[in-house]
Design a protein around this ligand. Structure first.
Ligand code: SAM
Ligand code: SF4
Length: 505
């Protein structure tokens, strides 16, 4: 019989570890960077319980699945992966199995019907309760659900990372108030709430003290960061303006450009080298944020990377209106033109949906024209998938799947040609790369003349491009900033070579 309990109000608190003899945890993540950041937090919490990470679910005492619900396919993927762990429950040493993230938030106890061997479900706001939940399950409870939203007005947290890292994701806000008609995020992540600027700065100081050199500020729409946080310190800019209207934080609230400037100028953050952020919405993409991309000597934010991900979703005004995006394509172009005029080197990327209800070939052609006009480095494109409870789910899903898939493929091929040209223009230049680790593909090293040895490393430039490069010295470059001379390019990545003397930090 199902014994569904709901936390955290009927929680049995415990100071003791659920695994006094140690053990291992395994985490599988689906979805966006927000989910990746949540999984890092889960990993840190399991580490605090004395558990070690493992890549092999069969040797884990705790298996956690962090699922995405943005598209139906992603939900199926998470549930079929869960099925792969079912047999472990027939062992003498049974693992504790839980599923969380947006899937847990949305599906709650219904997941036990589909997967009775599952021990617990947690949501997007209850990750910090994981040790407690695991403890309860370890002590005999089954089918535990912790998927309540945190209803408080404020959002306060502290970034948790495992081990030493040069990059970290920092949640600066949560939720979304935009309610685009196709999107389930406002239902799985709740209403928008921001941390205070002081809290985020303190958090980043702690990360930098631990060796972090690049932070990615995360939120569903970081451009509206600060809404309802009074600007008690009178930080500048006090008010935001936008070519296409004004929706973000009001005058007198904290705002995103203030946060960027606070991180750029805090003397304790001199070792922080790069700031990125994602994601953004054109309605809140302010002139003041565009100004942050200026060169530092002209009043820009010196640590801000030359990169912007600004989702547009479609090139057709008709479709944008149906999507509830509340802006027109000309306004988006005006924003991009202003940004490029200030800083022509910014690498742009976007999200696009094809096959939204009623999308015609003509609408789709306008999306292709958008790619020509904006010249993105990269796009993330998706076939429309109706999501339960959203306004668009009430519209007939009238673009057949084969048409959606054909448009998706055509879009990706079209973009690849644009990216090839854009990437080729970097050949011969030297770019600063933060090295993420050894590249999976070591072909460049295998092609060296006999007797010569080298390793291929991979990392990202400030403008967000993946760069694979060869280094002939045996030195481990993970976490280092290096200058790499670009020697060749495809539409997906750049390749180059490094002199050992070019290691910067
Ligand atoms: N808040 C972010 C934003 O607005 O860019 C990210 C939202 S969502 C996690 C990432 C992308 O998934 C969206 O930008 C959109 O392109 C896509 N997406 C969201 N709902 C979708 C749906 N129902 N079908 C297909 N793609 C969808
Ligand atoms: Fe979803 Fe729109 Fe919010 Fe992005 S801005 S999370 S697409 S509702």
């Amino acid at each position: 019989m199902m014994n569904t309990s709901s936390g955290p109000e009927n929680t049995e608190k415990s100071g003791t570890h659920a695994f006094p003899n140690g053990g291992k945890y395994f985490i599988r993540t689906f979805g966006c960077q927000m989910n990746v950041a949540d999984s890092e937090r889960m990993a840190a919490l399991m580490g605090e319980q004395g558990l070690e990470p493992t890549e092999n679910p069969s040797e884990a005492s705790v298996i956690l699945l962090n699922g995405c619900t943005v598209r139906e396919k992603a939900v199926h993927k998470a549930l079929s992966t869960l099925g792969e762990y079912q047999d472990f429950k027939y062992r003498k040493e049974k693992p504790v199995i839980g599923i969380g993230g947006c899937v847990g938030q949305l599906e709650k106890a219904t997941l036990f019907k589909r997967a009775p061997y599952l021990d617990f479900v947690f949501g997007t706001d209850t990750i910090d309760q994981l040790p407690e939940i695991v403890h309860r399950v370890k002590h005999g409870e089954r089918h535990v659900v912790y998927a309540d939203f945190d209803r408080s007005q404020d959002y306060s947290t502290e970034t948790k990372i495992e081990g030493s890292k040069s990059q970290a994701f920092v949640n600066i806000m949560k939720g979304c108030d935009k309610f685009c008609t196709y999107c389930i995020v406002p239902f799985t992540r709740g209403r928008e709430k921001s941390r205070t600027i002081d809290e985020v700065v303190e958090d980043v100081v702690q990360l930098v003290n631990k060796g972090v050199r690049e932070v990615t500020l995360l939120g569903q729409n970081v451009n509206s960061f600060g809404k309802n946080n009074p600007n008690v310190k009178e930080r500048e800019p006090k008010e935001l303006h936008n070519i296409i209207g004004k929706v973000g934080p009001k005058a007198g609230d904290e705002n995103f450009p203030q946060l960027l400037r606070a991180l750029d100028t805090d003397p304790r953050l001199k070792d922080l080298r790069r700031i990125r952020f994602t994601s953004s919405h054109p309605l809140d993409f302010s002139d003041e944020l565009i100004e942050c991309y200026q060169p530092a000597d002209k009043g820009g934010v010196s640590k801000l990377c030359n990169q912007l991900h600004l989702p547009v979703q479609s090139g057709s005004d008709r479709v944008l209106t149906k999507m509830g995006r509340h802006h027109r394509i000309e306004g988006y172009f005006a924003q991009m033109d202003r940004l490029r005029a200030i800083n022509p080197d910014v690498g742009l990327s976007t999200d696009l949906i094809v096959g939204f209800p009623t999308e015609t070939e003509e609408d789709f052609q306008q999306t292709l024209a958008l790619l020509d006009r904006v010249q993105y480095d990269n796009i993330y494109a998706f076939a429309y998938s109706p999501r339960p409870g959203t306004r668009a789910a009430k519209l007939p899903d009238d673009v057949p799947n084969d048409v959606k898939n054909e448009r998706l493929n055509r879009l990706l091929k079209y973009q690849l040609k644009i990216a090839e040209k854009r990437y080729a223009s970097r050949v011969g230049k030297t770019l600063e790369i933060l090295v993420e680790g050894m590249a999976k593909n070591q072909i460049l090293a295998a092609q060296l003349p006999e007797g010569e040895k080298g390793t291929v490393w991979t990392g990202r430039s400030g403008c967000g491009r993946v760069v694979n490069f060869l280094n002939r010295s045996p030195r481990n470059l993970t976490g280092k900033f290096v200058n790499v001379k670009i020697t060749s390019a495809t539409g997906l990545a750049l390749a180059g070579e490094l002199d050992e003397g070019e290691v910067l930090l």
